[in-house]
Design a protein around this ligand. Sequence first.
Ligand SMILES: NC(=O)c1ccc[n+]([C@@H]2O[C@H](COP(=O)([O-])OP(=O)(O)OC[C@H]3O[C@@H](n4cnc5c(N)ncnc54)[C@H](OP(=O)(O)O)[C@@H]3O)[C@@H](O)[C@H]2O)c1
Length: 289
Amino acid sequence: MASVAFLGLGVMGYPMAAHLKNRGGHDVTVYNRTTAKAEKWVAEHGGSYARTPREAAEGKDFVFACVGNDDDLRSVTIGSDGAFQSMKKGSVFIDNTTASAEVARELGEAAKARGFSFLDAPVSGGQAGAENGVLTVMVGGEQAVFDHARPVIEAYARMVGLMGPVGAGQLTKMINQICIAGLVQGLAEGINFGQRAGLDIEKVVEVISKGAAGSWQMENRHKTMKDGKYDFGFAVDWMRKDLKICLEEADRNGAALPVTALVDQFYKDVQGMGGNRWDTSSLMARLQK
Ligand SMILES: NC(=O)c1ccc[n+]([C@@H]2O[C@H](COP(=O)([O-])OP(=O)(O)OC[C@H]3O[C@@H](n4cnc5c(N)ncnc54)[C@H](OP(=O)(O)O)[C@@H]3O)[C@@H](O)[C@H]2O)c1
């Protein structure tokens, strides 16, 4: 059993912290900017909550975070009330936020200078993956630190992989998002085409999902796309944040991302339709307006 802090009890963090406590059996202290959520978490799961990241992280073996973007992450780490101000030597900070590889490297250096370790560990699997404790975790950091942290991370994961040095976890998550962007647009075009052709989409998917066109998105999203339902899942605002990170990284490494850049603009259209919090499968909505 380890002493653990978890910073950020959002859609993802709330159930992840619960798995660390209930499945992992760890001693968990939570922090959330809006304290009411931390109070609710403690009422449901026990443990304790702190008023600042600094207070939550003090004396802990492992400190997890799952907040919004680079700036939020800097605020809960190197900010004046941030976790980095109180972390003990030899401890590990594990960041589950989807952020840039640059901020991961910056925080990795800052952690090293203070005598503790940093792993970037973004996740894939969505709200359901977090609630069921079956996330995929893409980790960047040193092998020995990874080996030490892995059994703790496994409380909320089905797959945990070390991808390379600090930053490599975020780079892997970028590839994940690049692959999804074009795929979801292709799926939306296919379903829209099928509906206009007068075919039974369920029947079409039942057959083609077993062939070369099959995908997680097809299996899990075709029904709601067919019905025009998007009020759940991974928000368009978050996807645009992620695609911006991908496009900026591609500017640095020279990779061409023409389809990703185009799909990013399609998501901008969806935001214009009021779809900021709609699931990413709402690319379909643009084709049917
Ligand atoms: N949702 C998904 O399906 C999914 C899947 C994979 C990865 N992710 C990534 O996981 C991260 C979290 O996503 P989520 O869906 O859990 O988001 P969310 O529900 O909006 O939660 C965000 C959390 O971060 C906290 N936060 C934001 N800015 C902060 C700041 N400046 N200082 C302190 N706390 C701050 C929020 O606190 P308050 O409660 O006070 O607002 C909240 O606890 C994002 O990077 C997202 O891209 C999400």
